[in-house]
Design a protein around this ligand. Structure first.
Ligand SMILES: *Cc1c(COP(=O)(O)O)cnc(C)c1O
Length: 472
Protein backbone atom coordinates (compact mmCIF):
# COMPACT_ATOMS: atom_id res chain seq x y z
CA UNK A 1 0.00 0.00 0.00
CA UNK A 2 1.18 3.50 -0.80
CA UNK A 3 1.24 5.96 2.08
CA UNK A 4 2.05 9.62 2.42
CA UNK A 5 5.49 8.52 3.63
CA UNK A 6 6.23 6.90 0.33
CA UNK A 7 9.49 8.41 -0.93
CA UNK A 8 7.88 9.00 -4.33
CA UNK A 9 5.54 11.49 -2.73
CA UNK A 10 8.52 13.59 -1.63
CA UNK A 11 8.99 14.76 -5.22
CA UNK A 12 5.32 15.08 -6.13
CA UNK A 13 3.78 18.56 -6.12
CA UNK A 14 1.09 19.25 -3.51
CA UNK A 15 -1.71 19.10 -6.06
CA UNK A 16 -0.87 15.55 -7.14
CA UNK A 17 -2.08 12.84 -4.76
CA UNK A 18 -1.02 9.20 -4.99
CA UNK A 19 -3.98 7.59 -6.78
CA UNK A 20 -5.73 4.51 -5.39
CA UNK A 21 -5.61 3.14 -8.90
CA UNK A 22 -3.06 4.52 -11.37
CA UNK A 23 -5.14 3.05 -14.22
CA UNK A 24 -8.28 5.11 -13.60
CA UNK A 25 -9.54 7.76 -16.04
CA UNK A 26 -10.68 10.91 -14.23
CA UNK A 27 -13.97 12.14 -15.70
CA UNK A 28 -13.16 15.76 -16.44
CA UNK A 29 -9.66 15.02 -17.72
CA UNK A 30 -10.39 12.34 -20.34
CA UNK A 31 -12.72 12.59 -23.36
CA UNK A 32 -16.38 11.73 -22.81
CA UNK A 33 -16.08 8.36 -24.56
CA UNK A 34 -12.81 7.24 -22.89
CA UNK A 35 -12.95 3.93 -21.02
CA UNK A 36 -11.02 0.68 -20.67
CA UNK A 37 -12.19 -2.53 -22.32
CA UNK A 38 -12.09 -5.97 -20.66
CA UNK A 39 -8.40 -6.34 -21.59
CA UNK A 40 -7.64 -3.03 -19.91
CA UNK A 41 -6.96 -1.31 -23.24
CA UNK A 42 -7.91 2.36 -23.51
CA UNK A 43 -10.86 2.91 -25.84
CA UNK A 44 -11.73 6.34 -27.29
CA UNK A 45 -14.59 6.92 -29.70
CA UNK A 46 -15.20 3.17 -29.65
CA UNK A 47 -11.67 2.49 -30.96
CA UNK A 48 -9.01 0.55 -29.07
CA UNK A 49 -5.70 2.39 -28.62
CA UNK A 50 -3.76 -0.70 -29.68
CA UNK A 51 -5.72 -1.03 -32.94
CA UNK A 52 -5.33 2.66 -33.70
CA UNK A 53 -1.58 2.48 -33.18
CA UNK A 54 -1.36 -0.54 -35.46
CA UNK A 55 -3.02 1.52 -38.19
CA UNK A 56 -1.53 4.95 -37.62
CA UNK A 57 1.66 4.42 -35.63
CA UNK A 58 2.87 6.63 -32.80
CA UNK A 59 2.67 9.37 -31.87
CA UNK A 60 -0.91 9.93 -32.93
CA UNK A 61 -3.36 12.58 -31.77
CA UNK A 62 -6.91 11.26 -31.36
CA UNK A 63 -9.86 13.61 -31.35
CA UNK A 64 -13.13 12.31 -29.88
CA UNK A 65 -15.33 13.80 -32.60
CA UNK A 66 -18.62 13.44 -30.75
CA UNK A 67 -17.12 15.11 -27.70
CA UNK A 68 -15.97 18.11 -29.77
CA UNK A 69 -19.38 18.43 -31.43
CA UNK A 70 -21.19 18.09 -28.10
CA UNK A 71 -19.03 20.71 -26.44
CA UNK A 72 -19.61 23.11 -29.33
CA UNK A 73 -23.38 22.59 -29.19
CA UNK A 74 -23.48 22.81 -25.42
CA UNK A 75 -21.51 26.08 -25.46
CA UNK A 76 -23.78 27.58 -28.11
CA UNK A 77 -26.86 26.50 -26.14
CA UNK A 78 -25.47 27.81 -22.85
CA UNK A 79 -24.79 31.31 -24.15
CA UNK A 80 -28.02 31.42 -26.12
CA UNK A 81 -30.01 30.45 -23.02
CA UNK A 82 -28.12 32.87 -20.79
CA UNK A 83 -28.73 35.85 -23.10
CA UNK A 84 -32.32 34.86 -23.90
CA UNK A 85 -33.17 35.23 -20.20
CA UNK A 86 -32.37 38.93 -20.62
CA UNK A 87 -34.15 39.22 -23.96
CA UNK A 88 -30.86 39.28 -25.83
CA UNK A 89 -28.84 37.20 -28.22
CA UNK A 90 -25.46 35.49 -28.25
CA UNK A 91 -23.01 34.62 -30.96
CA UNK A 92 -20.28 32.05 -30.34
CA UNK A 93 -17.10 32.03 -32.44
CA UNK A 94 -14.83 29.01 -32.28
CA UNK A 95 -11.25 30.30 -31.90
CA UNK A 96 -9.65 28.41 -34.76
CA UNK A 97 -6.12 28.89 -33.51
CA UNK A 98 -6.74 26.16 -30.89
CA UNK A 99 -6.96 23.57 -33.69
CA UNK A 100 -8.30 24.06 -37.19
CA UNK A 101 -8.96 21.68 -40.05
CA UNK A 102 -11.78 21.66 -42.58
CA UNK A 103 -13.59 18.98 -40.58
CA UNK A 104 -13.38 21.03 -37.42
CA UNK A 105 -14.78 24.03 -39.29
CA UNK A 106 -17.73 21.93 -40.51
CA UNK A 107 -18.39 20.53 -37.03
CA UNK A 108 -18.51 24.08 -35.68
CA UNK A 109 -20.85 25.31 -38.39
CA UNK A 110 -23.11 22.31 -37.85
CA UNK A 111 -23.28 23.16 -34.15
CA UNK A 112 -24.31 26.72 -34.98
CA UNK A 113 -20.98 28.35 -34.18
CA UNK A 114 -19.06 30.92 -36.16
CA UNK A 115 -15.30 30.77 -36.68
CA UNK A 116 -12.50 33.11 -35.63
CA UNK A 117 -9.27 33.13 -37.61
CA UNK A 118 -6.05 35.07 -37.13
CA UNK A 119 -3.94 34.45 -40.22
CA UNK A 120 -4.23 33.94 -43.96
CA UNK A 121 -3.84 30.19 -43.47
CA UNK A 122 -6.66 29.96 -40.94
CA UNK A 123 -8.85 32.21 -43.10
CA UNK A 124 -8.27 30.08 -46.21
CA UNK A 125 -8.95 26.88 -44.24
CA UNK A 126 -12.27 28.23 -43.01
CA UNK A 127 -13.30 29.48 -46.45
CA UNK A 128 -12.16 26.30 -48.21
CA UNK A 129 -14.17 24.24 -45.71
CA UNK A 130 -17.27 26.13 -46.76
CA UNK A 131 -17.65 28.59 -43.90
CA UNK A 132 -19.85 31.44 -45.10
CA UNK A 133 -17.60 34.51 -45.01
CA UNK A 134 -20.07 36.44 -42.90
CA UNK A 135 -19.66 33.84 -40.13
CA UNK A 136 -15.91 34.50 -39.90
CA UNK A 137 -14.18 36.92 -37.52
CA UNK A 138 -10.66 38.01 -38.41
CA UNK A 139 -8.17 38.76 -35.62
CA UNK A 140 -4.56 39.81 -35.38
CA UNK A 141 -2.32 42.69 -34.36
CA UNK A 142 -0.47 42.75 -37.67
CA UNK A 143 -2.72 41.60 -40.47
CA UNK A 144 -0.96 42.28 -43.77
CA UNK A 145 -2.50 44.37 -46.52
CA UNK A 146 -2.75 41.21 -48.61
CA UNK A 147 -4.60 39.37 -45.83
CA UNK A 148 -6.97 42.29 -45.30
CA UNK A 149 -7.67 42.57 -49.00
CA UNK A 150 -8.48 38.86 -49.21
CA UNK A 151 -10.70 39.03 -46.11
CA UNK A 152 -12.60 42.12 -47.23
CA UNK A 153 -13.02 40.87 -50.80
CA UNK A 154 -14.32 37.55 -49.44
CA UNK A 155 -16.79 39.45 -47.26
CA UNK A 156 -15.74 38.35 -43.78
CA UNK A 157 -18.33 39.24 -41.17
CA UNK A 158 -16.12 41.19 -38.82
CA UNK A 159 -12.53 42.29 -38.66
CA UNK A 160 -11.27 42.93 -35.15
CA UNK A 161 -9.27 46.14 -35.48
CA UNK A 162 -6.08 46.32 -33.47
CA UNK A 163 -4.34 49.62 -34.33
CA UNK A 164 -4.81 53.08 -35.82
CA UNK A 165 -2.66 52.11 -38.79
CA UNK A 166 -4.96 49.19 -39.46
CA UNK A 167 -8.04 51.42 -39.46
CA UNK A 168 -6.59 53.47 -42.30
CA UNK A 169 -5.50 50.30 -44.11
CA UNK A 170 -8.96 48.71 -43.89
CA UNK A 171 -10.60 52.01 -44.81
CA UNK A 172 -8.52 52.33 -47.98
CA UNK A 173 -8.91 48.71 -49.07
CA UNK A 174 -12.66 48.61 -48.44
CA UNK A 175 -13.11 51.88 -50.28
CA UNK A 176 -11.15 50.59 -53.28
CA UNK A 177 -13.22 47.38 -53.30
CA UNK A 178 -16.47 49.31 -52.90
CA UNK A 179 -17.17 47.44 -49.65
CA UNK A 180 -18.43 48.54 -46.25
CA UNK A 181 -16.47 46.44 -43.74
CA UNK A 182 -17.90 45.71 -40.31
CA UNK A 183 -15.29 46.01 -37.57
CA UNK A 184 -14.93 45.52 -33.84
CA UNK A 185 -12.39 47.54 -31.92
CA UNK A 186 -10.22 45.48 -29.61
CA UNK A 187 -9.52 47.05 -26.25
CA UNK A 188 -7.23 46.26 -23.34
CA UNK A 189 -9.47 46.50 -20.33
CA UNK A 190 -6.51 46.33 -17.95
CA UNK A 191 -7.83 43.00 -16.68
CA UNK A 192 -5.75 39.93 -17.26
CA UNK A 193 -7.06 36.62 -16.00
CA UNK A 194 -5.39 33.26 -15.64
CA UNK A 195 -7.07 30.29 -13.92
CA UNK A 196 -8.15 31.39 -10.43
CA UNK A 197 -6.65 34.86 -10.34
CA UNK A 198 -7.16 38.02 -12.25
CA UNK A 199 -4.90 41.02 -12.32
CA UNK A 200 -6.43 44.43 -12.87
CA UNK A 201 -4.39 47.49 -13.76
CA UNK A 202 -5.11 50.81 -15.44
CA UNK A 203 -2.88 49.90 -18.34
CA UNK A 204 -1.76 46.58 -19.70
CA UNK A 205 1.75 46.22 -21.12
CA UNK A 206 0.96 44.02 -24.11
CA UNK A 207 0.71 44.24 -27.86
CA UNK A 208 -2.99 43.74 -28.51
CA UNK A 209 -5.66 46.35 -28.97
CA UNK A 210 -6.23 49.89 -27.74
CA UNK A 211 -6.29 51.21 -24.20
CA UNK A 212 -9.78 52.26 -23.16
CA UNK A 213 -8.83 55.92 -23.76
CA UNK A 214 -7.28 55.33 -27.16
CA UNK A 215 -10.25 53.26 -28.25
CA UNK A 216 -12.55 56.27 -28.05
CA UNK A 217 -10.43 58.10 -30.62
CA UNK A 218 -10.20 54.99 -32.79
CA UNK A 219 -13.99 54.62 -32.85
CA UNK A 220 -14.39 58.31 -33.67
CA UNK A 221 -12.04 57.87 -36.62
CA UNK A 222 -13.89 54.77 -37.86
CA UNK A 223 -17.18 56.63 -37.69
CA UNK A 224 -15.73 59.27 -40.07
CA UNK A 225 -15.01 56.64 -42.70
CA UNK A 226 -17.76 55.61 -45.11
CA UNK A 227 -16.08 52.28 -45.94
CA UNK A 228 -16.01 50.98 -42.34
CA UNK A 229 -18.87 50.28 -39.97
CA UNK A 230 -18.20 50.18 -36.24
CA UNK A 231 -20.26 47.37 -34.69
CA UNK A 232 -18.80 47.04 -31.20
CA UNK A 233 -15.96 46.61 -28.77
CA UNK A 234 -13.92 43.46 -28.26
CA UNK A 235 -11.96 42.35 -25.23
CA UNK A 236 -10.17 39.05 -24.52
CA UNK A 237 -8.74 38.80 -21.03
CA UNK A 238 -6.70 35.61 -21.13
CA UNK A 239 -6.80 31.85 -21.17
CA UNK A 240 -7.54 28.84 -18.99
CA UNK A 241 -9.86 30.95 -16.80
CA UNK A 242 -11.97 29.10 -14.22
CA UNK A 243 -14.14 31.84 -12.74
CA UNK A 244 -16.47 34.69 -13.66
CA UNK A 245 -14.80 37.49 -11.68
CA UNK A 246 -12.25 38.53 -14.31
CA UNK A 247 -14.96 38.69 -16.98
CA UNK A 248 -17.20 40.72 -14.68
CA UNK A 249 -14.49 43.29 -13.92
CA UNK A 250 -13.44 43.52 -17.54
CA UNK A 251 -17.01 43.85 -18.79
CA UNK A 252 -17.66 46.62 -16.30
CA UNK A 253 -14.72 48.63 -17.65
CA UNK A 254 -15.57 47.99 -21.29
CA UNK A 255 -19.25 48.80 -20.75
CA UNK A 256 -18.32 52.23 -19.37
CA UNK A 257 -16.67 52.95 -22.71
CA UNK A 258 -19.52 51.27 -24.63
CA UNK A 259 -21.98 53.62 -22.91
CA UNK A 260 -19.95 56.74 -23.77
CA UNK A 261 -19.70 55.60 -27.40
CA UNK A 262 -23.47 55.19 -27.66
CA UNK A 263 -23.63 58.99 -27.90
CA UNK A 264 -22.17 58.64 -31.41
CA UNK A 265 -24.56 55.94 -32.64
CA UNK A 266 -25.98 52.49 -32.11
CA UNK A 267 -23.59 49.66 -31.05
CA UNK A 268 -25.14 46.27 -31.72
CA UNK A 269 -22.39 44.00 -30.40
CA UNK A 270 -20.03 43.37 -27.49
CA UNK A 271 -17.42 40.61 -27.77
CA UNK A 272 -15.97 39.37 -24.48
CA UNK A 273 -13.48 36.89 -25.97
CA UNK A 274 -12.74 33.34 -24.89
CA UNK A 275 -10.44 31.70 -22.40
CA UNK A 276 -12.72 29.22 -20.57
CA UNK A 277 -10.59 26.76 -18.62
CA UNK A 278 -10.41 22.97 -18.87
CA UNK A 279 -9.12 20.19 -16.61
CA UNK A 280 -5.61 19.15 -17.62
CA UNK A 281 -5.23 17.35 -14.31
CA UNK A 282 -7.51 16.23 -11.52
CA UNK A 283 -6.51 19.34 -9.60
CA UNK A 284 -8.19 21.60 -12.17
CA UNK A 285 -11.79 22.33 -11.38
CA UNK A 286 -13.39 24.29 -14.23
CA UNK A 287 -16.97 25.43 -13.79
CA UNK A 288 -19.47 23.93 -16.26
CA UNK A 289 -19.91 26.19 -19.29
CA UNK A 290 -23.55 26.85 -18.33
CA UNK A 291 -22.41 28.31 -15.03
CA UNK A 292 -19.83 30.55 -16.70
CA UNK A 293 -22.30 31.65 -19.37
CA UNK A 294 -24.97 32.52 -16.80
CA UNK A 295 -22.49 34.29 -14.53
CA UNK A 296 -20.92 36.40 -17.26
CA UNK A 297 -24.16 37.26 -19.03
CA UNK A 298 -25.99 38.08 -15.77
CA UNK A 299 -23.13 40.40 -14.80
CA UNK A 300 -23.29 42.21 -18.15
CA UNK A 301 -27.09 42.48 -18.02
CA UNK A 302 -26.93 43.83 -14.47
CA UNK A 303 -24.38 46.45 -15.43
CA UNK A 304 -26.34 47.47 -18.52
CA UNK A 305 -29.47 47.87 -16.38
CA UNK A 306 -27.54 50.00 -13.89
CA UNK A 307 -26.38 52.22 -16.75
CA UNK A 308 -29.83 52.30 -18.34
CA UNK A 309 -28.55 50.96 -21.65
CA UNK A 310 -29.70 48.08 -23.82
CA UNK A 311 -27.86 44.75 -23.58
CA UNK A 312 -25.97 44.38 -26.87
CA UNK A 313 -25.70 41.05 -28.64
CA UNK A 314 -22.91 39.27 -26.77
CA UNK A 315 -20.20 37.40 -28.61
CA UNK A 316 -17.75 34.84 -27.17
CA UNK A 317 -14.70 33.09 -28.59
CA UNK A 318 -13.92 29.77 -26.92
CA UNK A 319 -11.16 27.61 -28.40
CA UNK A 320 -9.57 25.42 -25.77
CA UNK A 321 -12.82 24.49 -24.00
CA UNK A 322 -14.28 23.12 -27.27
CA UNK A 323 -11.43 20.92 -28.54
CA UNK A 324 -9.00 20.59 -25.64
CA UNK A 325 -10.66 17.89 -23.51
CA UNK A 326 -11.53 15.80 -26.59
CA UNK A 327 -7.89 15.15 -27.52
CA UNK A 328 -5.69 12.25 -26.47
CA UNK A 329 -2.13 11.71 -27.70
CA UNK A 330 -0.78 8.16 -27.86
CA UNK A 331 2.96 7.57 -27.57
CA UNK A 332 5.08 4.45 -27.28
CA UNK A 333 7.48 4.10 -24.38
CA UNK A 334 11.07 3.58 -25.57
CA UNK A 335 13.08 3.66 -22.35
CA UNK A 336 12.57 4.11 -18.63
CA UNK A 337 15.23 5.36 -16.23
CA UNK A 338 15.10 5.78 -12.46
CA UNK A 339 16.84 8.99 -11.42
CA UNK A 340 17.88 9.66 -7.82
CA UNK A 341 16.94 13.18 -6.76
CA UNK A 342 18.06 15.04 -3.62
CA UNK A 343 15.24 16.21 -1.38
CA UNK A 344 15.40 18.24 1.85
CA UNK A 345 14.94 15.00 3.83
CA UNK A 346 17.23 12.71 1.87
CA UNK A 347 16.95 11.18 -1.53
CA UNK A 348 14.00 10.11 -3.65
CA UNK A 349 13.54 8.49 -7.01
CA UNK A 350 11.82 9.80 -10.07
CA UNK A 351 11.15 7.42 -12.94
CA UNK A 352 11.79 9.07 -16.31
CA UNK A 353 9.63 7.53 -19.03
CA UNK A 354 10.80 8.44 -22.53
CA UNK A 355 8.28 8.43 -25.37
CA UNK A 356 8.59 8.83 -29.14
CA UNK A 357 7.32 12.42 -29.41
CA UNK A 358 7.59 15.48 -27.21
CA UNK A 359 7.90 19.23 -27.59
CA UNK A 360 7.48 18.99 -31.38
CA UNK A 361 3.93 17.63 -31.01
CA UNK A 362 3.06 19.43 -27.77
CA UNK A 363 5.18 22.42 -26.82
CA UNK A 364 2.95 23.64 -23.99
CA UNK A 365 4.87 21.98 -21.13
CA UNK A 366 8.17 23.36 -22.42
CA UNK A 367 6.74 26.75 -23.32
CA UNK A 368 4.37 27.46 -20.44
CA UNK A 369 5.23 24.84 -17.82
CA UNK A 370 1.78 23.38 -18.59
CA UNK A 371 0.72 20.29 -16.62
CA UNK A 372 -0.95 17.23 -18.16
CA UNK A 373 -2.20 13.78 -17.13
CA UNK A 374 -1.08 10.40 -18.46
CA UNK A 375 -2.16 6.75 -18.26
CA UNK A 376 -1.02 3.47 -19.73
CA UNK A 377 -3.12 2.90 -22.84
CA UNK A 378 -2.18 -0.60 -24.02
CA UNK A 379 -2.95 -2.37 -20.75
CA UNK A 380 -3.81 -1.98 -17.12
CA UNK A 381 -0.57 -1.77 -15.11
CA UNK A 382 -0.03 -3.97 -12.04
CA UNK A 383 2.75 -2.11 -10.27
CA UNK A 384 2.26 0.21 -7.31
CA UNK A 385 1.90 3.83 -8.43
CA UNK A 386 5.31 5.34 -9.20
CA UNK A 387 6.03 9.03 -9.61
CA UNK A 388 7.06 9.52 -13.23
CA UNK A 389 8.05 12.29 -15.57
CA UNK A 390 7.08 11.50 -19.14
CA UNK A 391 9.66 13.06 -21.42
CA UNK A 392 10.10 13.31 -25.18
CA UNK A 393 12.86 12.32 -27.57
CA UNK A 394 14.16 15.81 -28.34
CA UNK A 395 17.64 17.09 -27.54
CA UNK A 396 16.54 19.42 -24.74
CA UNK A 397 16.23 18.75 -21.03
CA UNK A 398 13.07 20.92 -21.06
CA UNK A 399 11.42 18.46 -23.44
CA UNK A 400 8.74 17.38 -20.98
CA UNK A 401 5.47 15.71 -21.99
CA UNK A 402 3.94 15.21 -18.54
CA UNK A 403 5.85 16.82 -15.70
CA UNK A 404 4.31 14.99 -12.73
CA UNK A 405 2.18 11.87 -12.81
CA UNK A 406 1.74 8.55 -11.05
CA UNK A 407 1.80 5.56 -13.40
CA UNK A 408 1.85 1.88 -12.52
CA UNK A 409 5.45 1.18 -11.52
CA UNK A 410 5.75 -1.66 -14.05
CA UNK A 411 5.56 0.78 -17.00
CA UNK A 412 8.03 -0.57 -19.55
CA UNK A 413 9.36 -0.18 -23.08
CA UNK A 414 6.70 -1.10 -25.64
CA UNK A 415 3.82 0.18 -23.49
CA UNK A 416 1.55 2.78 -25.01
CA UNK A 417 1.11 5.92 -22.93
CA UNK A 418 -1.89 8.21 -23.45
CA UNK A 419 -1.76 11.90 -22.57
CA UNK A 420 -5.13 13.55 -21.97
CA UNK A 421 -6.62 16.91 -23.00
CA UNK A 422 -4.24 17.52 -25.89
CA UNK A 423 -6.91 18.66 -28.35
CA UNK A 424 -6.09 22.36 -28.13
CA UNK A 425 -2.80 24.11 -28.88
CA UNK A 426 -0.77 20.94 -29.37
CA UNK A 427 -1.15 20.02 -33.06
CA UNK A 428 -1.82 23.71 -33.66
CA UNK A 429 1.58 24.67 -32.24
CA UNK A 430 3.54 21.65 -33.43
CA UNK A 431 6.89 21.98 -35.15
CA UNK A 432 9.52 19.95 -36.96
CA UNK A 433 12.13 20.51 -34.27
CA UNK A 434 14.96 17.98 -34.60
CA UNK A 435 13.49 17.14 -38.02
CA UNK A 436 10.70 15.16 -36.46
CA UNK A 437 7.68 14.68 -38.75
CA UNK A 438 4.43 16.00 -37.25
CA UNK A 439 2.01 13.22 -36.26
CA UNK A 440 -1.42 12.64 -37.80
CA UNK A 441 -4.65 13.76 -36.18
CA UNK A 442 -7.32 11.07 -36.24
CA UNK A 443 -11.00 11.67 -35.50
CA UNK A 444 -12.59 8.74 -33.68
CA UNK A 445 -16.33 8.26 -33.35
CA UNK A 446 -18.67 5.28 -32.94
CA UNK A 447 -15.95 2.72 -33.58
CA UNK A 448 -14.61 4.45 -36.68
CA UNK A 449 -11.37 6.31 -37.21
CA UNK A 450 -10.66 8.91 -39.87
CA UNK A 451 -7.45 10.85 -40.48
CA UNK A 452 -8.38 14.54 -40.51
CA UNK A 453 -4.81 15.84 -40.71
CA UNK A 454 -2.29 13.49 -42.24
CA UNK A 455 1.02 12.87 -40.55
CA UNK A 456 4.21 14.04 -42.17
CA UNK A 457 6.81 11.68 -43.58
CA UNK A 458 10.57 11.97 -43.72
CA UNK A 459 10.09 12.60 -47.45
CA UNK A 460 7.94 15.63 -46.62
CA UNK A 461 10.81 17.01 -44.57
CA UNK A 462 13.46 16.31 -47.17
CA UNK A 463 11.28 17.77 -49.92
CA UNK A 464 11.69 21.26 -48.43
CA UNK A 465 15.47 21.06 -48.51
CA UNK A 466 16.36 22.68 -51.81
CA UNK A 467 19.98 21.60 -51.50
CA UNK A 468 18.90 18.02 -52.18
CA UNK A 469 18.46 17.25 -55.85
CA UNK A 470 20.88 20.04 -56.76
CA UNK A 471 24.39 19.05 -57.81
CA UNK A 472 26.95 19.85 -55.15
C1 LIG B 1 -6.70 32.74 -28.12
C2 LIG B 1 -7.90 33.58 -28.22
C3 LIG B 1 -9.14 33.05 -27.96
C4 LIG B 1 -9.37 31.63 -27.50
O1 LIG B 1 -8.81 31.38 -26.25
P1 LIG B 1 -9.11 29.95 -25.53
O2 LIG B 1 -8.29 30.02 -24.30
O3 LIG B 1 -8.62 28.91 -26.47
O4 LIG B 1 -10.56 29.88 -25.31
C5 LIG B 1 -10.24 33.86 -28.12
N1 LIG B 1 -10.12 35.14 -28.53
C6 LIG B 1 -8.92 35.69 -28.80
C7 LIG B 1 -8.85 37.09 -29.24
C8 LIG B 1 -7.77 34.93 -28.65
O5 LIG B 1 -6.59 35.49 -28.90
Amino acid sequence: MVTAHDPAQALAPDWLAVPDDANDLADLVWPASARRDDDGVLVVGGMRATDLVERFGTPVLLLDEQDVRDRAERTERAFRAATARHGGEARVYYAGKAFLTSDVVRWMLAAGLNVDVCSRGELETALAAGAPADRIGFHGNNKSATELERAIAAGVGTIIVDSEIEIERIGAIAERLGARQRVLVRVRSGVHADTHEFLATAHEDQKFGFSLDEAERAVARIRQLASIEFVGLHCHIGSQIFGVDGFRESASRVLALHERLLAGGDIPLLNLGGGFGIAYTRADDPAPIEELADGIVDAVAEQCAARGIAVPTLAFEPGRSIVGPAGVTLYEVGTTKPVAVETPTGSAERLYVSVDGGMSDNVRPALYGAQYSARLASRRGDGAPALVRVVGMHCESGDVVVDHEFLPGDVAPGDLVAVASTGAYSAAMSSNYNHVPRPPVVAVRDGEARVILRGETIDDLLARDTGLGRDA
